[in-house]
Design a protein around this ligand. Sequence first.
Ligand SMILES: [Zn+2]
Length: 102
Amino acid sequence: MTEIKLHKLLTPFKFRRSVWQKTNGLCHLCEQPVELGVMTFDHIMPKSHGGKFSFENLLPAHQRCNTERGNKGITTPEKYLKVKQRIKANRLNDNTYKNQYE
Ligand SMILES: [Zn+2]
């Protein structure tokens, strides 16, 4: 068992909460509140690019935002801004969003 898996096993809630607190409980992509219990861990650098399940590499996100953001690494502030703008634009055009996440 790796150190990371052991960490997940022993302190899942504390770890989850500490990641959640990085953004004060907001999804880092659409910047809307995400409940601690339903947030997903978004890898800043995806697993497929070698990103680790570590505090430094994780931010809270809605499941849906996480999926929409895709599997590309956020390597520059410009890229990050573009991803966020795209997701926020999707939210504005989608009336079902509130029902699902609020
Ligand atoms: Zn979101």
